[in-house]
Write a protein of this length. Sequence first.
Length: 463
Amino acid sequence: MAPHDAFRPALDRAHGHALDWLDSVPTRRVAPSATAEDLEARFAGPLPDGPTDAADVVDELAAMCEPGLMGIASGRFFGWVMGGTLPAALAADWLVSTWDQNSAMRFATPATAAVEGIAGRWMLELLGLPSTAAVGFTTGGTMANFVGLAAGRKAVLDAVGWDLHENGLTGAPRITVLVGAESHVSVDLALRYLGLGAPRTVASDDQGRIVPEALGEALANVDGPVIVGLQAGNLHSGAFDPMRECVRLAHEHGAWVHVDGAFGLWAASSPLYREALDGLDGADSWATDAHKTLNVPYDCGVAIVARTELLRSAFGAQTNYIIQGDASPADPFEKVPEMSRRARELPVWAALRSLGRSGAVALVEGLAANARALADGLSRLPGVEVTNQVVFTQVCLSFGSDERTRRVTQRVMQDGAVWMSGSRWRDRDVLRISVSNWSTDVDDVAASIAAVRRAIAAVDAEG
Ligand SMILES: *Cc1c(COP(=O)(O)O)cnc(C)c1O
């Protein structure tokens, strides 16, 4: 018996089901055909008394889940902001589970720690961020925001002489957090986890970009420690906050600057966005998702902090030792909230290795080109208005009244050939498209325009 014989039948079945799924993605409905309630009702039952063969378990799981799977991997999935999966990243993710490394300490899991270092450096190069910054791998953008803001919390309290680790926040000087009016709710959540309460919002313009003059005024009116949260990639418009001016204003006031770039930070890889993101590298911390624009499997966020020692002092377990000047490279667990975790940096390395710089840039520019193509095609349909300036991957559509927009959105979802989300932006209901999948092609764009046309016709036929 080979050592892998205990695993082989189950792995072979999983491999088969994975290939079947990938084969089905281009033609299957994008929308699931069963609800969570349907599936719960069908598969409810007590925990079985005895064991089941591993291969049979895999078959049962695949059969059970099949009708309830959302085609997030499809080139016609445009919901929320969710990427697909590049082949190299998916295969690397299989190895992550197989190798089962607890990617925490350099000496214990040297392979994953080394890959983490390389993947992080490649990202800094690709995005034009400071080469000496620390890079930590989190579950997602929310936790990447948490990490950047935690480093900021530590830094601004250090600056006023408050020992956060010793004293906690009770009795600490109040930290004011300023964000644009269209900052993502994930930033609010991260601030809540950090005990910093709700941020103060600053006016934003018609594309959701923070207004620098308003930020300047807000900064002039606060005393004490300040964190400024900027955004690279607005959920509705795709727009980027004016970085250089905002970073300058914030730093004049001694504020920490964190950038939420969950999907938009990747734009910094392309010369097309050099102007829109000018000054991005001057911030103190950045958050992004690899499971969005880079198209690695869920879950993977990336937190970047310009000053490594600050990140280590926020998350490292041996804080005092580190503060005294530890020049050794940070362990993976010293840069994120988790001590134990999967080696989610491996799919990031694999994605970047398979794409190379030119491929990564082409991926980002391709998503934006498809967003423009969708906006162009859809704006030619009768009664359709594109409500944002399409500058990146996001497109918002109105179909006239809020009522009509909601009915068309409902129809698109029922039809199921594509998936787009309903949302509300700038006091209007919208159908929102996010182009985040590497595999979207001209046929997907044409099929998606056709699906929206069908939905409009169905709504008009109802009268
Ligand atoms: C998706 C998103 C987040 C949250 O990221 P998660 O990976 O879902 O935790 C934060 N900010 C923006 C702009 C996003 O699009």
